[in-house]
Design a protein around this ligand. Structure first.
Ligand SMILES: [Zn+2]
Ligand SMILES: [Zn+2]
Length: 414
């Protein structure tokens, strides 16, 4: 008994050290994957008390795998969910990615406490050569990932559906092989087809907004940008919040992308009214309001970087979301349960903790790095890295957000 207990303890230590270190990317792409793309459509049904996932469609996207061929395992412990491909024979994880979804927000709304609703999800995965299990994980009460559902997939014995393309696609800015670039698709909603004269102007504007801010400006060459015209049902007033502009039609959205290489989706809604929204590794939305120059980088911070909001809004129903006994997942906020996992090591020596607010910092500057109270919608108990940030009030991205964005670039370009 004694030795086995010791063994368990030492294994636990090894595991926790392993989490700190970079994840070993020792999966050889050509051994495990064909180079094609598998699309999986799922339906998630539930409310605050239930969350059931079922698999609806398995499709061959008839497109080369656009993601990295070396960064197959997600090293970032972010997102409320994770999808994994596990070799059916050995159980070895050969691909993984964290993500979030609209359901995660729905279950915290008043409606989500009483009404069961159904949500679409779509996953683009590297096509495996051998039989795998497609495993979906979610967070337990302690924020650990646990298996939720597993679906067997054997490429040799299954007849896959096709992913037809209905939309018109334009290459807006191409810098190289999709396997080594961040492939962003701007989906234009509310236009008169591909011939709409306003389309070119608006595609150009959105693309320039995307590269208008650091760190994206310096990484322009790391991107490919494509345009697709499609109405995908994006609407204001999602979950009763007027400016919250989102779509529930994930399957249609992905149908319309067809074979376009796609790491990230930006939905551009042809409407002058202020609005937007985004979810980590799901999609981002922006309208054409004059504030889009600020809204889009902020929303892309959510969908691309998995960054949290650093602002305070106690009126939001999820205002107490991060005041828990567990450290929030996002890198740019902390409730100080485990601040060492966040930006503690980046703080200059002698920084006051918490850091008193400094009203003299101009709104368009981050100000000094510290630990400022008020973030993640909560005015108390949740902290942010700087006075101002893109994720708080459309200032430049703070050093903590920038560091995470830089890490994420590497997941696509290496
Ligand atoms: Zn936000
Ligand atoms: Zn920030």
């Amino acid at each position: 008994m004694k030795t086995s207990k010791k063994l368990i303890i030492s294994l636990a230590i090894v595991c926790s050290i392993g989490l700190q270190a970079a994840v070993a990317q020792d999966i050889k792409f050509s051994k495990w994957f064909t180079g094609g793309t598998l699309r999986i459509d799922c339906e998630r049904v539930g409310n605050a008390y239930s969350d059931e996932l079922s698999l609806k469609r398995k499709l061959d996207r008839y497109a080369d795998w656009h993601g990295s061929r070396t960064q197959l395992i997600d090293p970032l412990d972010n997102g409320d969910y994770r999808v994994e491909l596990r070799d059916a024979k050995s159980g070895r994880v050969i691909y993984s990615r964290g993500f979030s979804n609209l359901f995660r927000e729905y279950k915290d709304t008043p409606e989500g406490r009483t009404t069961v609703r159904s949500f679409e999800e779509t996953f683009l995965l590297p096509m495996p050569k051998k039989a795998v299990n497609v495993v979906f994980q979610r967070r337990d009460a302690k924020m650990n990932l646990v298996d939720q559902a597993s679906f067997p997939f054997d490429p040799k014995s299954e007849e896959l559906g096709y992913n037809y393309r209905f939309g018109d696609r334009t290459d807006l800015e191409i810098h190289g092989d999709p396997a080594e670039k961040v492939d962003v698709v701007i989906v234009a909603q509310g236009y008169n087809g591909a011939a709409d004269p306003q389309l070119r102007v608006d595609f150009y504007r959105m693309k320039e907004i995307l590269f208008g801010r650091e760190p994206f400006a310096s990484h322009r060459d790391d991107f490919n940008v494509y345009g697709v015209v499609a109405d995908v049902g994006a609407e204001y007033n999602t979950f009763g919040i007027d400016r919250y502009l989102m779509t529930f039609n994930l399957w249609r959205l992905h149908d319309m992308l067809g074979t376009t290489p796609c790491d990230h989706i930006v939905i551009m809604v042809n409407n002058e009214k202020y609005g937007g929204g985004a979810i980590y590794n799901f999609y981002a939305v922006s309208s054409l309001h004059r504030m889009a120059e600020s809204v889009l980088p902020h929303e892309f911070g959510h969908s691309f970087g998995g960054l949290a909001d650093e602002y305070v809004d106690e009126d939001l129903s999820y205002g107490s979301l991060h005041r828990t006994d567990y450290e929030p997942l996002e890198p740019n906020i902390t409730n100080r349960v485990d601040f060492s996992r966040k930006w503690a090591s980046m703080l200059p020596q002698g920084t006051a903790i918490p850091t008193p607010p400094d009203a003299s910092v101009p709104r368009d500057q981050c100000g000094p790095l510290g630990l400022y109270e008020g973030a993640g919608y909560a005015s108390h108990g949740v902290y942010r890295p700087t006075m101002n940030c893109m994720m708080r009030n459309y200032a430049p991205f703070c050093p903590v957000c920038t560091k995470r964005l830089e890490e994420v670039f590497g997941l696509y370009t290496k």
